[in-house]
Design a binder for this molecule. Sequence first.
Ligand code: ZN
Length: 110
Amino acid sequence: MIEIDWYANVGRCFPEPGTIKKVNCGVCGAQMKVRRNVLGPTSWAMTVVGMKRRHDSFTCPRISEDWHERIVHLKMYVYSAGMGWKIDYDKKKKAAAKEIKKLLKKYAAR
Ligand SMILES: [Zn+2]
């Protein structure tokens, strides 16, 4: 059975250089590709103001695949439903979990 980590990374992360050896994707569980000691922005806000910092850039090899993006959207949807104290939150979460598991079964287990 697949357990969903609702608060895992979304297929990329940017730790301080050399601090983390390897990271698995929080969406599909694949080991992420890494570029070490990159200089660049690590958030949308940093991009806007033109800031850069040294970091290791981990990215899931499947990040641009449709089903992968769909899972990220489903997780964000459940997250925002939880923030808004939606009455049918549990129902929404259950439905999202069902779809995520289906997608993972179909695509991630390759
Ligand atoms: Zn992934």
